[in-house]
Structure formats: C-alpha cells, structure tokens
Write a new protein. Structure first.
Length: 212
C-alpha cells in the first residue's frame, strides 16, 4: 500500500534489516554499531520530496516494537498489549452505517495511488488491495501476501459481529494480529470513513463481484 503506513513500514523493515546486519558485523569481529548510529545512517539516506517527508521514518511504538522483534518471537504479554491498544484506536462509523458503494470500493481496491512523493495533498488515496489479496474470480493478477478474500461476505454474512470485525481489520489490523503486514487504513489516515465504507461494501455486499 503506497501511503504513510507503507512508508513507515518500509522504514521499520529497513531499520530492522540494518540492525541485523550490524549485529552480524559485531559477531564477525567488527566494532559494534549502536541503534542510534543505524538510525542516523538510515535517516541520512532519505530526503523530503513532494508530500513525502523524512518524518515518515519516525516509528510509532507499535512499529518500534515490531522492528525490535522482527527476527524473534513476540512475547505473548506484549502481543496482547499491542493488540488491545490497536483495538482501542478503532473508530466505528459515526452514523452507524458500515456499507457504502461496492462499485466505488472496487475502484479503491484497484488503485495504488496516494501519499507518494509524486502525488499532491489532493490526490485521492487507494487501497491497492489486489497487491495482497484475491478479491474476485475475474481477477487474474493479484498478490498472495494476504489470504484470498473471494466470497468473503458470502461465507461470513453481514451480522453485527462480522461488520465490526471487518471494519476493525481495515481500520487497524494489528487489533487481531500484532506486527502483521496489513496497512492501518483508518488509523494511519490512508482512507477516509467514506472510502472504508465502500471497501466494506465490496467485501460484504451480495451484489459485489467478491461474492459472486
């Protein structure tokens, strides 16, 4: 997902990789490299360009912890705390309505635009959902980082629990799986409430190609 979450996640991954390399260097006899030195080198490797600013490299606590445990198991108590904090961040629709227009949701799912240096503040962000998920049987090119979402609503229905679960997954997926790869579409401000409703409709509306 090209956006603040992706930029920050790339920074987190790069930081973790560099830390790992630094650790390997120390094991082979080279002088140890501190986290502060690694961060300084990483930060110096980027520059502001358009709407993409270097401050995107600043990690939230969630990202910092996930970087710290990128190559080792996350302790159960810490995982539970991160997931609980993520769940508290979720804001359900102000009007109580979860479903918008699935046709608009399809366009959002197909679009990878938004929040890149080549965009402007007025560029409408997309979700780029097909980069990680299968959504319809017609789609012949899609990613497999995430599970298939084909027949998502057909299999789950649209009960209150399903609506709230799905919204939470879109808003901040760390609520159910800390340190996963799902962009925090709502929490990071990537998609608006209206856009989230449209993506919800794409997943749950019986008329959507997802459920055909």
């Amino acid at each position: 997902m090209p956006g603040k979450a992706m930029y920050a996640r790339r920074g987190a991954v790069a930081f973790a990789v560099i830390v790992g390399v630094a650790g390997c260097a120390s094991m082979t006899g080279s002088s140890a490299v501190s986290d502060a030195e690694v961060k300084q080198v990483l930060t110096a490797s980027f520059r502001d360009k358009g709407i993409a600013k270097v401050d995107r490299l600043e990690q939230t606590e969630l990202q910092r912890v996930c970087s710290q445990y990128a190559d080792k198991p996350l302790p159960a108590e810490l995982r539970a705390r991160l997931e609980a904090d993520a769940k508290k961040s979720v804001k359900f629709p102000a009007d109580g309505r979860f479903l918008g227009d699935w046709k608009a949701g399809e366009k959002i799912a197909q679009s990878g635009r938004g929040l890149q240096y080549s965009d402007t503040e007025k560029t409408v962000a997309g979700g780029n959902c097909y980069a990680c998920h299968q959504l319809s049987k017609e789609e012949i090119a899609y990613g497999n980082i995430g599970p298939t979402l084909y027949n998502y609503g057909k299999l789950r229905g649209n009960s209150k629990d399903t609506l709230e679960y799905t919204w939470t997954r879109l808003w901040n997926g760390h609520a159910y799986a800390a340190c996963n790869n799902m962009p925090r579409f709502g929490d990071a401000g990537i998609l608006t409430e209206t856009q989230l409703k449209d993506v919800m409709a794409l997943l749950l509306d019986p008329a959507s190609p997802v459920n055909k």
